[in-house]
Design a protein around this ligand. Structure first.
Ligand SMILES: Cc1ncc(COP(=O)(O)O)c(C=O)c1O
Length: 408
């Protein structure tokens, strides 16, 4: 991101786009997405894993324009709800290119997925298998399934986004998975188990636990020749503020080596890696409040637009839109929501800003707009697609009227 983000004539530009100019037209808060960057990251993944089928994880950013852009260059998709499947289908994705994952699929969601004919369902419990069996029978469908394993490994990441340890709600313990696979009888069951799925967490800080999980999955596959597909989930990390994180190649090389010589079809479900760095949240400083150690900037965007700092103590880079060479002061960038957790950046050195100054909150492309809420009756912010020469609004700002439209 940094090489494409630079001050020109004292104004922050992203590629050729003057960000304050966009803010002047669409208002703040707003999200900007670099579509060239999104496509480039998808292609990086394809290059690192040339034989894998890459299913973009819709949970990271499910804007229809993002889905269409990735679909156009060959992405398949990973959905964790009926709503995400609906979004993908509305964007033109064939259901056969969708994997349906998620720990709590309802009858209604499974019925929808089976009627559509999604490519795969990643089943997370014996209860879910029974539910799929019953629905598939009544619909005369024969869905293809992967069992999501709980390999009991502790991913090196924030506890809220670690999913592969024994106490996590996700997946099926290895011993139980082996029993379910032994008991699977395609002539009796209304589904075909053809794969395994493992996703141990997001923003993975090391490769080691992924390899542990991979070993466990491969050991299980060895005993059941009908398992031909391995879905290794997502989790490739992003450096939010320059901190070192393992590269894509650091994952790709050992994973590829472990699969060498095995006739395994590999699926990946990356989300954050594709979109995080390709999103910026623009906010405007409303008030400047002195504190004992520096200054608080109260902006018009907060946890309702970007909850990651409040939810995971995540750190996002913050840049003023006008270049100010003055000395920096200790700054706390907060939102307007009536919660003390409503922080965009807890502590950062920024030049002394004035009311009306604009700030870019970086790496807001993943788990930003998708986690936005109407808390405090705040309308959802618009989303803007930047292409190399132009930009367009791909989701308009909600109005106050929209906030009450469903109330009867
Ligand atoms: C099942 C599953 N697949 C894929 C992902 C995408 O993860 P990431 O955005 O870290 O690549 C997630 C997110 O946690 C997930 O739960």
């Amino acid at each position: 991101m940094s090489s494409t983000l630079a001050y020109q004539d004292g104004r922050l530009h992203w590629h050729r786009h003057d960000l304050a100019g966009i803010a002047a037209q669409v208002g703040t808060p707003c999200y900007l997405y670099d579509f060239e960057g999104i496509r480039a990251n998808f292609r990086r993944l394809q290059a690192a894993f040339p034989s894998a089928e890459i299913h973009y994880s819709l949970k990271a950013n499910a804007n229809l324009a993002v889905i269409r852009a990735l679909h156009a260059i060959g992405a398949h998709f990973d959905a964790v709800s009926g709503g995400e499947i609906f979004r993908a289908v509305q964007a033109g994705v064939p259901p056969s290119q969708i994997v349906f994952a998620g720990v709590g699929k309802t009858h209604r969601e499974l019925d929808y997925a089976l009627r559509l004919g999604v490519g795969w369902i990643n089943a997370e419990s014996s209860g879910e298998l029974a539910r799929i069996d019953q629905l598939a029978r009544s619909l005369r469908a024969t869905p293809r399934l992967a069992l999501r394993l709980n390999p009991d490994v502790r991913a090196d990441t924030h506890p809220h986004i670690a999913t592969g340890h024994a106490a996590a709600k996700f997946g099926i313990p290895l011993a139980e998975a082996a029993d379910l696979l032994s008991a699977h009888d395609p002539s009796r069951d209304a589904y075909r188990i053809e794969g395994l799925h493992v996703h141990i967490g997001s923003q993975l800080g090391s490769v080691d636990h992924t390899l542990e999980a991979l070993d466990a999955a491969l050991a299980l596959m060895d005993g059941f020749p009908f398992l031909t597909t391995l879905d290794l989930g997502g989790g490739f990390p992003v450096s939010y503020t320059g901190e070192p994180v393992p590269t894509l190649e650091a994952f790709a090389e050992p994973i590829t080596a472990a699969l060498q010589g095995r006739p395994v079809r590999l699926i990946l479900e990356p989300g954050r890696y594709i979109v995080a760095e390709n999103g910026i949240l623009l906010v405007e400083v409303q008030y400047v409040k002195p504190t004992s150690d520096g200054v608080i900037y109260v902006t018009d965007g907060g946890m309702t637009e970007l909850i990651r700092p409040a939810l995971y103590a995540a750190t996002h880079g913050v840049l003023p839109l006008r270049h100010m060479p003055e000395a920096a002061v200790i700054s706390h960038v907060v939102g307007p929501v009536c919660e003390s957790a409503d922080v965009l950046r807890a502590v950062v050195a920024l030049p002394l800003l004035r009311e009306g100054d604009l700030l870019a909150v970086l790496h807001a492309g993943a788990y930003g707009a998708v986690m936005a809420s109407n808390y405090n009756a705040r309308p959802l912010a618009p989303e803007i697609a930047l292409e190399s020469d132009d930009w367009r609004v791909v989701r308009r700002r909600q109005r106050w009227e929209d906030l009450i439209a469903e109330e009867v």
